[in-house]
Write a protein that binds this ligand. Sequence first.
Ligand code: RET
Length: 277
Amino acid sequence: TPTHTSTLPFPTVTPDIPKVYTQYSTEVGHKTLWVVCVVMGISSLVFYGMAMRVPVQKRMFHIITAFITTIAFLSYYAMATGAGVNYHTTILKESKLHVITEVVKRQVFWARYVDWAMTTPLLLLDLSLLAGLNGASILVLMFSDLVMILTGLFAALSHDQGQGWGWYAFACVAFLTIIYQLGYKGRQTVAAKDNKTRVFFGAISLFTLCLWTVYPIVWGVADGARIVNVDGEIIAYAVLDMLAKPVFGFWLLLTHDSMSRTSPSIGGFWAHGLATE
Ligand code: RET
């Protein structure tokens, strides 16, 4: 009797057990998350300390910047402990009859997007205040930034690679709006300020725009195309996050402290609260 031939009537229905590729982080990625968590925590303490050393009128950048690293500390803590992670399945191959034949299961660190949704608007607020951007531009920046991060999150959580790239495209349009507001409007506005502020804004905004451009590239090869493993992704974002938050923060605050001896302070609501009878 034949042992290897099917006894099922034609057409046979193959049980749809798809081939699963798993992409998880290892000890290297895990340790990296903890290192960044500690760096963000220490930076936050230093920034709060620096805030306390200047009068409240000169503390706005310190407070905003300390909030940025505090949120990053919390988000890295979530990722390192496994709370901010999802094991996400994306379909690679599907037959015409919707039988799924190949999937990739990968760790998606969604806590990043919660972090970015709060910290990138704050980073842009730092730069907007430095340039003296008007309210309209600040609102457009905040809105575009939120759209960029949320559509990025939908891209990361998409079960279909095609749809994922669709979300990615929306995020890129939002990013172009940010580049325009910061690179064009920002530069135009800061032209009315003193020479030191102009040069400093030029340098730190260029640093920011170059750095931020690397994020969608990393996303594209790691989360989108999934050709970089999870450890590689963790390390790439770790380096970028440390440049975009603590390094950016120290540069901004040290420069601001040295310049603000001669520059005016912020009064009004920031320093005195709301006026009452
Ligand atoms: C995503 C994917 C979709 C396309 C684009 C993106 C841009 C992300 C950026 C993130 C910046 C993060 C920062 C974090 C601070 O530490 C969402 C990756 C355009 C620009 C500065």
